[in-house]
Every structure is written in structure tokens, then in C-alpha cells.
Design a protein around this ligand. Structure first.
Ligand code: GLN
Ligand code: ZN
Length: 779
């Protein structure tokens, strides 16, 4: 950063490559088709391209070490030598094999327990580290596992190596590392009780080693990410910040630290963050613009204030003129060298380049900005401050014009939807009668046995199914032929379920590409991209739909398939929908309206689908909400407001039916203890949950709450190819039966079966039905 220019930073860029080059290289490497050397060359090329792209776009503070083969938290664990014994590492450099064993399990290791994007491997060998969501994003990180007396050592100098690599080709970067306190906050201790933060002094000495090496290698700046600063922290953690950052300042006095917070407001950690002896502080001004005033007051004049003003979590074009006017007093007060312009957080969570989207509606496209466009926005804003706003007048006006068009476009605004939302009162968010009454009527209507058996919705998406869909999408298979194919699959699934004696059938979801996309494609207000991939975990990327306008349902979405399935059998077929909160949570959501209101629009569209299903004679309807818990705000204080609207939206979607229609919901991979009252408030007649891996422990929340409605505790793990034995399922069912009333219990797998093969599904469900029948006889 030279004297009279301001710093324009990206904080981190997507790693995967514009055409998902890293994904394909990794997958080839894992399957033995690519050598380690070739993989490493692909990685080098991607890093160089990232640096060059940022430079060309006007980023002046370019990061390094934002690249990762799999995950930056895993990289950090490896860097500090936190490699669990099971992976057989005995010191020295950590090779790729060990690294990927931690990420994916060793040869034949267990799969990641992720439901929606399920993938799997044989269940032998050392399992992968656990994986969980990175704050409130849809990115997943590998959870470091630490011993209570964990020792740390500098096992990898990746940050130094990549700094040198960039330097060698002419970029003096600002390396980025995950800070020690956030790292420990994201880790788990193997004994389950020790707080990882107790290891702070031990881990700090390794971080200090690294920083000394960075300093020696010529690094002038270091970006330390401490997103934990936006969380509720314990006193020990808060105290650690002061100690750690003072020690860093003393040990590497000439290394300037840019400490970054993101994903929210510093809140009650603001005094701590602004009092640390660091050269700069980054704050998220998209999620928490209100913190600007307080931080401005507290931060020393000689510290750089990094202004996170371009949304790193969403894809909307910024209002540059408005940003300019808002920030001008800050720039005048602190001077050009006293500020930095940046995205709210690393650009990791945005797709790479909007220009690749050649088929997107041109109006919508003009309202969007992906990571490339966001960097250009930062550069424009920087130029406005450096050279005068008139020098970028054209760019500012273009942005203003696009935003005005968006604000008034009838592609976005639908009066009918808005009026309907307005007129929606709380009377629409509850069923006609209490559960007891409904349950009686439903039992009369369905005549189901005790411990009814069912599945969660999807049956195997076989190679054949996917091939047919691809051919149909390419126009190689006619709609008639595709439809006939899907009908055959559905019919076969119905016949087979009847044959093995499942009580409540599903149509199998063969026609669905993805549980959100399938609905989004049929709803107005949703758009889909071709190349806008963002990393979900490792080589896995997702293309979240874009909710850009008022959501409406032009036509019924599932009635035809469900009714067709029901026409084939006298047993009840369960309708299958994705819930409003999940539809919201797994999309890029418009930023011109509160999320709660967008959710309400989706809920109303689904409400119509639910009532249409009833009209078509469907007696049970499942509305999946696997993402309900994910939506919880980072701060505890904000939970109840979120839960209130999320639950209300679920109820709005499901309360339009008569008492005799049974509403099911499904949630996988979810801890229920602290949200059980909201789960109960959803008032679904039946909830199916994932419980097999916890050996029914996740039921405890329901038991201690005396949860009144019905529950289907998952009786076998669908993430593993292991085929469960009847006896195992019986054991789990006995356990559930000891905890709940017999009349409350449903029998089902943990989740949908789309990622499994029929060879796995057939024997597993046969065993499940046998276990239910046994229990009926003995209970
Ligand atoms: N009905 C969906 C399925 O079976 C549910 C998926 C999920 O819970 N993520 O595939
Ligand atoms: Zn599930």
C-alpha cells in the first residue's frame, strides 16, 4: 500500500476456478487418473490466475493462502499439527494422502454425513473428520479434533510457501490465516468436555513461529480472520483476545496485522476488537452497517479501518453512489491511508464471474454482481475517493440506473402477491383443531397400524434416471418419452413398496433434480444460473437459485405426480414438498425485502400446493424443513425472532388443509434440545428426524419436552452403504418405544434414499418393515 492510495482488498477469493477446474482435478486425483504433481500444477495455475485477475481488476491488497485443496480450517489444523492419531501421521511434512484422509476418510473411509448433497464411500478405514457449517453460510468446514492435552507444532508452512510463490511472480500479497481463537472456537475436544480455548497458549506459540517466518519472508501485512468476534463469547475467550494479540504485537512488531471480523456485528465484543494492538480492523458493514459509528469513534487514528461494504454473501449489484456518499465523511476523517475498501467477508461465498451467464434474463443480469464484478465495484469506489467522484461518474450512474430499474421492474414486483401477503393474518397459521382431534380423524381416514412404516421421499436416483434427465434437458429425449420413463419408475417404486408391505408410500421423486431447484424452477420470482457455482465442501459445489422477485405459483407443481402415484394403489401415498424456510435458506435471497417476508411469499405459494394436493385426494403431505435449524442467527439473542417467523411460515404453508389430512415434516442432521419448543409449535402431525447414528439420543429433547405429536425417529443411517439388520433396527425401535408412547412412533429411515442404490435400499427397507412388524406383535 503506497502512501496516497487507499487499500482495496478482496479478503479472499473463490478457489474452485471459473470452470470448477479444482473440482475436476481433485476428483481425477482421487480416482487415480491424475498424479499429485498434476494436481499441484492445477492448483498453482488457479492461484496465479486468481492473483492476476485481482490485480487486473484493481485490487491493491491481494491475499495469499486463501487457496485450499479442500478447506481452510482443515489447512489450519494441518498447519498447527492437529492431526488425530488415527491418521497415522508421525511428524514431518503432512502429505496429501494424510490431508485427504482427514477430509474424506482413508481408503474406504466413511462418508460425510450430509443429507442433501449426499455422497458416500465404503464404510471401512479411518473416517473423515466431522464436517459442519461455516457460521451461517452454506460452506462446510472440517471440524478439527483436539485432545484435551493436545500438543501443537508447525507442521505446514503453507501460508509462507504461498506468500513466496506469489512474490516470485511479482505479487506482494497479504497472507490470510484463520486466527487462533476462532480456530479453537470451531474445533472440538475429543473428551467432549474440555473447552478448546484452554489450549490457546500452546497453539499461540505455533502461530507465532509462523508469523516470524512470514515476517522473515518479507511479508509486511498479515490478515488474521477472527470471525468468532461476531459470536457470543465466554469471558475466557474474550480475555484471550487481549492476551493473544498483545503477544503477537510484541513478537512480530514489524508485521502489520489486519484483524477481520465478518458475518455480523461485533456487538458486545466491540470494545475488545477496537482495543487490540493491531494495525487494522475489518468490519462487516453489510450485515451490520450500524456499527460504523461506534467503531469509527473507538478505533485509533493510526489504525486502518477496513470497510466491508460490498456484500460478500450475496449476488446483488451495489449502489455505488449511495456507498460513496455514506463513506465520504469516514474517508475525510481518516484520510485515504486510514481506510480500506473491502467486501463484507471473503468472496469465497460468491460465484466467480457473471459474464459466464449468457442465458440469464438481461434485466436480472444487470442487477447482479459476482466476485469479479464485486472487485470491480470496489475498485470504482476506490477511484471515486482517490481521483474524485467525477472520474467514475459513468460507472456510478450505470449502477444507479440498474438499481432503479430493479426497484420498479414488474419482473420483481407483483401486486397480487403483495396484496395477498398483506391480507394474511394469523388465523391462517394454525390448523382448525388441536392435534388430538386431528389425530383421531386421520387415524380413521388412513386406518394405519401401530408403528406405521414409511420413507422420507426419494428413491435411488440411479445412473439411468440421471441419464434420462440429462437427455431430456439436452432435447435428446422427448417430453413424452421422458414422462413415460418417469411413470415407469414411479410405478415400479409403488409396486415394490406395496410388495414389501410399507404402509405409507411415496412416489419416489424421480422427476426431481434437487429438492429446492425442482420447486424454484416452477415458481415465479426464482432464477437459475448455468455457471454460478459456490463451494459447499471440498470438491462439492452448489448453484443456489436466485430469488429475485415476488414469489408466486403459476401452476400446481407436484399434484400430477402425486396423484398419479396415488392412482396406482389403495395404500395412502404421501405428498412431498420442500418447506418455505429450506427454499429460502438454500437460495440467494433478494436484499430489498426482509427474509421473513420472502419466506412468507414462498409459504403462501406452498400453501396453495398443499391444498391442491388435498383436493386431488392426497391424505398425507410431507413438507421437508431440513434447513430450519441452519437459519438460526449467530447470536442467541436473535434466535426467538427468527424462530417465530420461520415456524409461522411453515404453519402458513401447511394449515390450509382439513383436520383429516396428516401433515408430516422431516428434518435431518439436527440438534433439537434448544429449539424443541419451536419444533412443537410447528405442530406437524408427524416429524421424521435423523436419529440412528446418535442411537436415538436425539430423541431426548422430545422426551423431556413431552412432545405430543407423532415422531418417526430414523432407524437406519442412509449415509452409509451398510445394510442394516432387522435386529439392529428392532433394538433402536425398542429403545424409542421405551422413550415415547407406542402410538406416537413411526418407522422410517434417517433421510431420503436418493444417494443409495436399489441393491442397498431393497434389503434395508425389507429389514425395516420386518422390525416394525415384530414390534407390533410384541408391543
Ligand atoms: N424428501 C427429501 C428426500 O427424500 C428430503 C431430503 C432431505 O431431507 N434433505 O430426498
Ligand atoms: Zn433428510
Amino acid at each position: 500500500m503506497s502512501k496516497n492510495t487507499l487499500s482495496i482488498a478482496s479478503l479472499g477469493t473463490p478457489r474452485i476456478g471459473p470452470r470448477r477446474e479444482l473440482k475436476f482435478a481433485l476428483e481425477k486425483y482421487w480416482s487415480g487418473q491424475l498424479s499429485a504433481k498434476d494436481l499441484s500444477e492445477t492448483a498453482t495455475a488457479l492461484r496465479c490466475a486468481n492473483w492476476a485477475r485481482q490485480h487486473a481488476l484493481g485490487i491493491t491488497t491481494i491475499p495469499s493462502n486463501d487457496f485450499s485443496f479442500y478447506d481452510h480450517v482443515l489447512d489450519t489444523a494441518v498447519m498447527v499439527g492437529a492431526i488425530p492419531k488415527a491418521y497415522g501421521w508421525s511428524g514431518g511434512p503432512v502429505n496429501l494422502e494424510t490431508y485427504f484422509a482427514m477430509a474424506r476418510g482413508s481408503v474406504g473411509g466413511a462418508s460425510h454425513p450430509i443429507c442433501v448433497h449426499g455422497h458416500s464411500a465404503p464404510a471401512h478405514g479411518v473416517p473423515a473428520l466431522e464436517m459442519t457449517k461455516w457460521f451461517d453460510t452454506n460452506y462446510h468446514y472440517m471440524v478439527p479434533e483436539l485432545e484435551p492435552d493436545q500438543d501443537f507444532t508447525l507442521a505446514s508452512t503453507k501460508p509462507v510457501d504461498e506468500f513466496r510463490e506469489a512474490l516470485a511472480i511479482g505479487y506482494k500479497t497479504r497472507p490470510v490465516i484463520l486466527g487462533p481463537i476462532s480456530f479453537l472456537k470451531l474445533s472440538k475436544c475429543t473428551d467432549g468436555t474440555t473447552e478448546c480455548i484452554n489450549l490457546i497458549d500452546k497453539i499461540l506459540s505455533v502461530y507465532l513461529d509462523l508469523m516470524e517466518q512470514l515476517q522473515a519472508a518479507g511479508a509486511e501485512w498479515l490478515q488474521i480472520d477472527e470471525p468468532a468476534l461476531v459470536l457470543d463469547l465466554s469471558e475466557i475467550e474474550r480475555a484471550a483476545y487481549k492476551r493473544v494479540y498483545s503477544k503477537i504485537a510484541k513478537t512480530v512488531p514489524s508485521l502489520k496485522i489486519m484483524l477481520t471480523s465478518y458475518f455480523g456485528s461485533l456487538g458486545n465484543n466491540l470494545d475488545i476488537a477496537t482495543s487490540l494492538p493491531v494495525a487494522g480492523l475489518h468490519i462487516d458493514l453489510v450485515r451490520a452497517p450500524e456499527q460504523l459509528t461506534a467503531v469509527r469513534q473507538k478505533l485509533q487514528q493510526n489504525q486502518i479501518l477496513s470497510l466491508g461494504v460490498i456484500d460478500g454473501r450475496n449476488i446483488w449489484r451495489a449502489d455505488l453512489q449511495k456507498l460513496h456518499d455514506w463513506l465520504l465523511p469516514v474517508v475525510q476523517e481518516r484520510g485515504l491511508t486510514g481506510i480500506e475498501l473491502a467486501p463484507s467477508c471473503s468472496l469465497l461465498h460468491t460465484p466467480i464471474d457473471l459474464e459466464l451467464e449468457t442465458e440469464l434474463d438481461s434485466d436480472l443480469k444487470s442487477w447482479l454482481a459476482f466476485s469479479v464484478q464485486k472487485m470491480a465495484e470496489l475498485s470504482t469506489l476506490g477511484q471515486a475517493f482517490e481521483k474524485g467522484v467525477e472520474t467514475v461518474a459513468g460507472a456510478l450512474q450505470a449502477a444507479t440506473k440498474a438499481l432503479q430499474a430493479r426497484a420498479t421492474s414488474d419482473k420483481v414486483h407483483n401486486k397480487t402477491v403483495q396484496n395477498r401477503v398483506q391480507a394474511t393474518g394469523s388465523e391462517l397459521t394454525s390448523r382448525n383443531s388441536p392435534f388430538k382431534t386431528r389425530s383421531f380423524l386421520q387415524q380413521e381416514a388412513t386406518g394405519l397400524p401401530l408403528f406405521p412404516t414409511t420413507t422420507i421421499g426419494s428413491f435411488p436416483q440411479t445412473a439411468e434416471v440421471r441419464k434420462a434427465r440429462t437427455a431430456f434437458n439436452k432435447g435428446e429425449l422427448s417430453p413424452t418419452a421422458y414422462n413415460a420413463f418417469l411413470k415407469t419408475e414411479t410405478k415400479r417404486a409403488i409396486r415394490w413398496q406395496e410388495e414389501i408391505g410399507i404402509d405409507v408410500l411415496v412416489h419416489g421423486e424421480f422427476e426431481r433434480n434437487d429438492m429446492v431447484q425442482y420447486f424454484g424452477e416452477q415458481l415465479a420470482g426464482y432464477a437459475f444460473t448455468k455457471h454460478a457455482w459456490v463451494q459447499s465442501y471440498g470438491s462439492r459445489c452448489v448453484r443456489p437459485p436466485i430469488i429475485y422477485g415476488d414469489v408466486a405459483r403459476p401452476h400446481a407443481m407436484t399434484v400430477e405426480w402425486t396423484a398419479y402415484a396415488q392412482s396406482l394403489t389403495s395404500r395412502p401415498v404421501k405428498g412431498m414438498l420442500t418447506g418455505p424456510v429450506t427454499m429460502l435458506q438454500w437460495s440467494f435471497v433478494r436484499d430489498d425485502m426482509p427474509r421473513a417476508d420472502v419466506c412468507k411469499q414462498i409459504a403462501l405459494a406452498l400453501r396453495d400446493e398443499v391444498t391442491d394436493l388435498e383436493t386431488a385426494g392426497i391424505r398425507l403431505i410431507q413438507v421437508d424443513e431440513p434447513a430450519l435449524r441452519e437459519g438460526l442467527p449467530l447470536r442467541r439473542l436473535e434466535w426467538s425472532a427468527y424462530l417465530e417467523w420461520a415456524v409461522a411460515c411453515f404453519k402458513l404453508a401447511t394449515s390450509g388443509v382439513t383436520d383429516a389430512v396428516q401433515i408430516h415434516t422431516h428434518m435431518c442432521y439436527c440438534e433439537f434440545n434448544d429449539i424443541i419448543s419451536s419444533i412443537a409449535a410447528m405442530d406437524a402431525d408427524v416429524i421424521s428426524i435423523e436419529t440412528s447414528r446418535s442411537k436415538m439420543e436425539l430423541l431426548d429433547a422430545f422426551v423431556s419436552y413431552s412432545y405430543p405429536n407423532d415422531i418417526g425417529p430414523g432407524v437406519y443411517d442412509i449415509h452409509s452403504p451398510r445394510i442394516p439388520k432387522t435386529a439392529e433396527i428392532s433394538n433402536l425401535l425398542e429403545k424409542a418405544n421405551g422413550l415415547l408412547k407406542a402410538t406416537q412412533i413411526w418407522v422410517n429411515p434417517d433421510c431420503g434414499l436418493k444417494t443409495r442404490s436399489w441393491d442397498e435400499v431393497r434389503p434395508a427397507l425389507i429389514a425395516m418393515v420386518a422390525a416394525a412388524k415384530n414390534l407390533r406383535q410384541h408391543a
